[in-house]
Design a protein around this ligand. Sequence first.
Ligand code: TMP
Length: 239
Amino acid sequence: MEKLAQLYEGKAKKVYKTSEPGMVWIEYKDDATAFNGEKKGQIAGKGMLNNEISAIFLSLLKEKGVDNHFIKKISSREQIVRQVDIIPIEVVVRNIAAGSLAKRLGWEEGTELPQAIVEFYYKNDELGDPFINNDHVAILGLATESELADIHKQALRINEILKEYLMTRNLILVDFKLEFGQTPEGQIILADEISPDTCRFWDAHTKEKLDKDRFRRDLGNVEEAYQEILRRLGGKVDV
Ligand code: TMP
């Protein structure tokens, strides 16, 4: 398979066309941003770590019957995935109050939610990814009612699988963000990445933050946290 023209460059990844129809080539970058790109930096080795961490999670989900875009990892910072049309909805699943939810509800960070909740944000950088509900999704024409119900159901299933798996690794899955895409056949599948950039992971005992909040909040030891996640998942980066 050949890497062809660049299709897109996002904040954390680049996407290239390939010689293989229906497949794209993803390159994970070390760049890190927060607060809709207002804060910029680099996390050394992040591209390699997130490539491997995401490959582990997406493979696990596939094994558990959650189809997704992942095909194979091809180098330390590159992977091949199915080409899908990304649905511009950021789907956030939460188990514990943190970040914007803690702020919005006035709940103390760390408060366990009575049930997992799913939230939708409109993936639109110019607008700063605003919080939206089912009616907004409908009038924006982002997804049909049944597609959104499908996304909601998949998000909760993904949460159950990841939460359980991470607990065996002494990690609490506080919350995370997912993106879905539509295949040419019209199937809606999980896409994008699952990594410390897009999830909150806390140590189950000490509640230490092991994710991008260390970068967002200037807590230090950012790379070490990403490395620790990979270590607990049993992964290795081939340098
Ligand atoms: P929030 O509490 O800031 O709304 O974040 C919820 C989860 O979503 C958290 O795990 C981080 C992730 N997230 C992203 O992946 N991208 C984003 O742009 C934002 C705001 C959050």
